[in-house]
Design a protein around this ligand. Structure first.
Ligand code: TUI
Length: 308
């Protein structure tokens, strides 16, 4: 399946792995790239030197293209942006903000720039600033989200910009991928599906919560603070929503979220940890290797799109 995205990035399949905080580290990124997709290291709130080390590890494991996701709410984002250039990272995706001030320096260094957007206005702004493609991410996604659904956002972004669009949010199998391509997307980005990859270092307890999740098991915290985050329901989510109702400050709430994501990913604390996951968690029934995930989704989507 060749599209402008496979050409732009030099990858075999139009499948990109989300740059998930704590989850998207070098083992996962290298496995996705080796399997023919685009693996991504999620810089999240890591110091720039930790990101540099992660990049070097990926390069040891694969010669194929990979990317780094720069989370723009991270105060270290300018240093991470510089590491991307110094380490000659081929592709950068961005999340949770406007990467405008970094785009020129990345482009001059030959880095392909793909901002994640949650609205048509942001997509147009990013393309004017020089983006090579955009990820249109619907509210079905896990983690930090916008409000438009993938079904409504993707075709509107496709109509509004000339660059290729990657669909994200609610996609975990070939049916979702085929649907996204029918909406005009030229690749898909998946997060939750790759949390449950064999190569993902996420604690077994967290993976099990995703595998056991039902369709309506996620909840959105932080709507009142303007930083909505989709997580699977647990004690932590209930406490957060309670604190939010009682008017806790944005800082208090954000410390709670990021610290507790680490607890879930590394310690397997599924009670007090933040279990970021998308609404498609209910569809994911088993762990599989990145290669199995990618080849299966692409072959299923190809069959459906041929409409024989
Ligand atoms: O970035 C994400 N998803 C994330 S980041 C993350 S780490 C985190 N943890 C706690 C608090 C905050 C972040 C977990 N999940 N997805 C990409 C994405 N970007 N979704 C929505 C947006 C977005 C939102 C607003 C992009 C641009 C934007 O623009 C606002 C502005 O600055 O104008």
């Amino acid at each position: 399946m060749k599209t402008r995205i496979t050409d732009l990035l030099g990858i075999e399949y139009p499948v990109i792995q989300g740059g998930m905080a704590w989850v998207a580290e070098y083992h996962l990124a290298a496995a996705v790239s080796e399997a023919g997709g685009l693996g991504i290291i999620g810089a999240a709130s890591a110091p720039a030197e930790v990101v540099r080390e992660q990049v070097r590890r990926v390069k040891e494991l694969t010669d194929k293209p990979f990317g780094v996701n720069v989370m723009l709410m991270n105060p270290n984002a300018p240093e991470v942006a510089q590491v991307v250039i110094e380490e000659k990272v081929p592709v950068v995706t961005t999340g949770a903000g406007n990467p405008g001030k970094f785009i020129t320096q990345w482009k001059e260094a030959g880095v392909k720039v793909i901002p994640v957007v949650a609205s048509v206005a942001m997509a147009k702004m990013m393309v004017r600033a020089g983006a090579d493609a955009v990820v249109a991410e619907g509210t079905e996604s896990g983690g930090h989200i916008g409000s438009a659904t993938t079904m409504t956002l993707v075709p509107q972004v496709v109509d509004a910009v000339d660059v290729p669009v990657i669909a994200a949010g609610g996609i975990a199998d070939g049916r979702g991928m085929a649907a996204a391509m029918m909406l005009g997307a030229e690749a898909v980005q998946m997060g939750t599906r790759f949390v449950v990859a064999k190569e993902s270092i996420v604690h077994a307890n967290y993976k099990e919560r995703i595998i056991k999740a039902k369709d309506i098991d996620s909840e959105v915290t932080g709507r009142s603070t303007g930083h909505p985050i989709r997580v699977l329901r647990n004690q932590m989510a209930r406490e957060y929503l309670e604190m939010e109702k009682n008017g806790a400050s944005l800082e208090e709430l954000e410390v709670l979220t990021l610290g507790s994501l680490r607890k879930a990913v590394m310690d397997g604390d599924v009670k007090n940890g933040s279990l970021m996951a998308g609404q498609i968690a209910g569809l994911i029934k088993e762990e599989a290797s990145c290669k199995e995930i990618i080849t299966e989704i692409v072959s299923q989507a190809e069959k459906l799109l041929k409409c024989e």
